[in-house]
Design a protein around this ligand. Sequence first.
Ligand code: PLP
Length: 385
Amino acid sequence: MPRFNPILDQLPAYPFVELDRRKAALKAAGRPVFDFSKGDPVEPTPEFIREAMVAAVEPSCPYPAVAGGDDVRHAISEYLARRFGVEVDPHRGILPTAGSKEAVFHAPLLVIDPQADDKLVIFPDPGYPAYERGALFAGGEPYAAPLSGDHVFRPWLLPEAVLRRARMMWINSPHNPSGAVTGLDDLKRTVALCQQYDILLMSDETYADIYTEGTEPPRSALEVSQEGVLALHSLSKRSGMTGYRSGFLAGDPALIRRNRELRANPGLVPQDFINAAAAVAWRDDAHVAERRQLFSAKKAVLLSLFREQGYEVIGESATIYLWLRVPVAGLSDADYAESLLEAGIVVSPGSMLGLTEAGRGWVRLAMVPSLSECAAAVAAWRSLL
Ligand SMILES: Cc1ncc(COP(=O)(O)O)c(C=O)c1O
């Protein structure tokens, strides 16, 4: 028998593996399932994006370049200029990635020295699980900073000793799971802090384009500075392309150059036909506006119930999530999620999305079911009240 990496044994199953098991049990029992657990929306990928991918499948497909082709990098640079008003050099400041999850997971490999004392990777908690996992597998030390209240991450409140031992910090605005958005002033403070302590600032902006119409579009850390900063974006939610695995890193040319060298090792390279689809997706904003409206409409259906019941909820202004405080006194988030299963409603218990206590007492709903399913779910939810 081979001897395994001990980290694999120490980690609980990836959170969604457990949820998948629960959903399967409901389905096997022939029950209706309203699945708000995993962030994989059902709406089809726009046709022009699918066509661009198919048209780019050549008779022979050579190895793609780690740096990606010129066209996709220009499309991304144009997007960043249009959306955030920032100029990022398409040749030196942009690197396409195979989705953003792998980029999150592999990013610590760029800076972590497992032998060093300063090997902390700081990230908000609750948060996207790959921040912790990437830090661990790279030999770093994860530091989960608990969020509370408005769930905006304010890293300048962290102890000095923590900042001194940190090599990398994740921020995530709009934030999964809470939907909290960090304003430009707080981004400025965070960038300055990381520059002061020589911490690589990784700004996970994968939900930047999913905001409620009428609210201010979320800002990018790149609007503050590119020095020591990398922003991470994804087409998964913006363009309904979860299965394509397409995202990008953008920012400090020195960091992009080192990342190219690093990422040549495992061959983490989006295929040329995926980059062709990505190029047309980043160049178009109309389909994104449509998706924004749809997620907002789904949220409105659920919010009508939550408001009527006086439930405490955040995440109204951005992301595909609603973050709901368990409305029943004395019930844990896991028990509350379990009770919703009675009506076929699957949500993610907040304690599953956090390493500290910070996720406790909350559940996350991802706006994944269709609009009519959301309405049916609300009716089913009412039957439990
Ligand atoms: C905050 C955050 N970052 C990164 C990702 C990874 O997205 P993808 O790999 O689909 O681009 C997700 C996915 O849900 C996420 O919520």
